[in-house]
Design a protein around this ligand. Structure first.
Ligand code: S3P
Length: 171
């Protein structure tokens, strides 16, 4: 199957973007790019350090640059960080450069999957459950802006890849 443009995965932390993305890239014989990794290679520091030393605004600027760079390459599968879709200009950029799938998961699934991950600075703090709940609520409209929504709670990464490939074949 030939699909032109990038295949882009967005969604909250813990919805499986990187795992599904890697698998999808293998199945589609495309390169895989994780925008968080592009940020780390652009800046040279791990993400928690960028947040703690320079703050979230600086991180979002780097994220924008990493998105532009990732989208300018050959057709790939691109997994975006959970907050990459907060800026409307990022959402438009993604939609203009490929097919975007938004992965979703319930609060409980997200908490089980991400646990106490020290690499996710936005969740550091006393009460990750209320933090995740607040962020999901705050970001709901940004995620729902994408027509292709895939609930991941009850499906394996391989099943999600099958769903995406079927949906591309129907185009
Ligand atoms: C973030 C999600 C993270 C990473 C950063 C901020 C967010 O990516 O970009 O910690 O704002 O949701 P993942 O969704 O890959 O964990």
């Amino acid at each position: 199957m030939e699909t032109h443009g990038h295949l882009i995965l967005v969604g909250f932390m813990g919805t499986g973007k990187s795992t599904v993305g890697r698998l999808l890239a293998q199945r589609m014989h495309r390169p895989f790019l994780d925008v968080d990794d592009v940020i780390i290679s652009l800046d040279g520091r791990p993400i928690p350090r960028i947040f703690s030393e320079d703050g979230e605004d600086r991180f979002r600027e780097l994220e924008r640059r990493a998105l532009v760079q990732s989208l300018s390459g050959a057709d790939s599968v691109i997994a975006c960080g959970g907050g990459a879709v907060l800026r409307p200009d990022n959402r438009h950029l993604l939609q203009a450069h490929g097919r975007v799938f938004c992965l979703t998961a319930s609060l409980d699934t997200i908490l089980t999957r991400i646990g106490q991950d020290p690499n996710r600075p936005l969740l550091a703090g006393a009460n990750p459950r209320s933090r995740v709940a607040a962020l999901l609520e705050e970001r709901q409209n940004a995620y729902q802006a994408f027509p292709d929504q895939i609930a991941t709670d009850l499906q394996s990464p391989a099943q999600i890849v099958d769903l995406i490939i079927k949906s591309l074949a129907r185009e």
